[in-house]
Design a binder for this molecule. Structure first.
Ligand code: NAP
Ligand code: ZN
Length: 353
């Protein structure tokens, strides 16, 4: 049987301009779910990747790893999903299933994980992401979109949301002292981070590079406090006040001024990807038993958990819905820090075929 032909938008080289691109995906295997893509979020990692800023991009590359779709076909052994279901796929579509990470529901740390795009699938073909008309994914890496959640709203949760939720979960209130959270960088991940931290009961301080987002952060997103990172006086006054900082900055940035905001034992939860190495002064950590930890998205189980948590808490992400032919401009705006707070592509409404 012939493979399924799909149309996506791909970057051909590090100029990172997306063009329409026709390619094939495998037929539905026994454990596969094939779905028509409805919406796909635009993450800053997509921009790092199409520009080869992480130095491992294979072109042509179809980005997109916050994918929501409607199931059009399931394999004979699929029992979790049926035709017509709304489903989601995040940053990974495969792993070995056998290593300690896989066995402890942390498959995103599997050394053989298959990334949703710019990876190599088990059939040897390059993986391509959600800026395309359809995808086929093993059922294990597919989540269910709850009925009460609009598909476009669900998209940013599949990577950005779970990237905040995963590492923040360790601070879910024990019922004793208030947890003081810091969100560094108010973009796609950051805005969801504020809402999730508030829903966990944390006191939330946003640390932003300018004053531009103050009103929205405090009045619409629910943050409790707002600091401008370049204001040394304000930053010094807030020293020793935070239990953790979710660092979402996608660029080289000095760490000392943020580490000083942490209490003794405080943690920087590093999720922003810096294209060049970061530096910090070891004393800044040693003298306060502080730590810097990294985190990659969340597991499939945590992604499903976040979707349910989101609905239960009645949260709503701030998105700007665009068509596929706006993707290049949207990436330019993301680069200029001009998005409130996540672009979501209306893929099904973009007439790709
Ligand atoms: P985004 O929407 O572009 O937001 C990043 C925010 O960081 C901006 O809104 C801005 O906030 C701040 N910022 C941007 N450039 C800066 C600079 N040069 N110096 C200081 N602050 C700056 O990006 P995103 O989609 O949220 O992604 C953020 C980062 O997380 C990216 O590096 C992405 O690759 C990474 N990421 C990692 C994971 C993971 O699993 N670890 C998952 C998703 C994304 P202010 O205006 O408030 O300063
Ligand atoms: Zn594994």
């Amino acid at each position: 049987m012939e493979e399924r032909r799909v149309v996506g938008w791909a970057a051909r080289d590090s100029t990172a301009i997306l063009f329409p691109y026709s390619f094939t995906i495998r037929n539905t295997g026994p454990e596969d779910v094939t779905f028509k893509v409805l919406y796909c979020g635009m993450d800053h990692t997509d921009l790092h990747q199409i520009r080869n800023e992480i130095h491992m991009t294979n072109y042509p590359l179809v980005p997109g790893h916050e994918v929501v779709g409607e199931v059009v076909e399931v394999g004979v052994s699929v029992n979790k999903f049926k035709v017509g279901d709304l489903v989601g796929v995040g940053g990974i579509i495969g792993s070995c299933g056998d290593c300690s990470s896989c066995k402890s529901s942390m498959e995103q740390y599997c050394k053989d994980r298959i990334m949703t795009y710019n990876g190599v699938d088990k059939d040897g073909k390059p993986t391509q992401g959600g800026f395309s008309s359809a995808m086929v994914v093993h059922q294990k890496y597919v989540v269910r979109i709850p009925g009460k959640l609009a598909p476009e709203q669900a998209a940013p949760l599949l990577c950005a949301g779970v990237t905040a939720y995963g590492p923040m979960k360790q601070f879910i209130q024990s019922g004793k002292a208030v947890v003081n959270a810091g969100i560094l960088g108010l973009g796609g991940v950051g805005h969801l981070g504020i809402m999730i931290a508030k829903a966990m009961g944390h006191h939330v301080t946003v640390i932003s590079s300018s004053d531009k987002k103050r009103v929205e952060a405090l009045e619409h997103l629910g943050a409790d406090a707002f600091l401008i990172s370049s204001n040394a006086e304000e930053m010094a006054r807030a020293a020793d006040s935070l239990d953790y900082i979710l660092d979402t900055v996608p660029a080289v940035h000095p760490l000392e001024s943020y580490i000083q905001l942490l209490k003794v034992n405080g943690k920087v939860l590093m999720v922003g990807v810096s294209p060049k190495p970061l530096q910090f002064d070891s004393d800044a950590l040693i003298l306060g038993k502080k730590s810097i930890t990294g985190s990659l998205m969340g597991s499939i189980e945590e992604t499903q958990e976040l979707l349910e948590f989101w609905v239960e808490k009645g949260l709503k992400s701030r998105i700007e819905i665009v068509k596929m032919d706006y993707a290049n401009e949207a990436f330019e705006r993301m680069e200029r820090n001009d998005v409130r707070y996540r672009f979501v592509i209306d893929v099904a409404g973009s007439n790709l075929n």
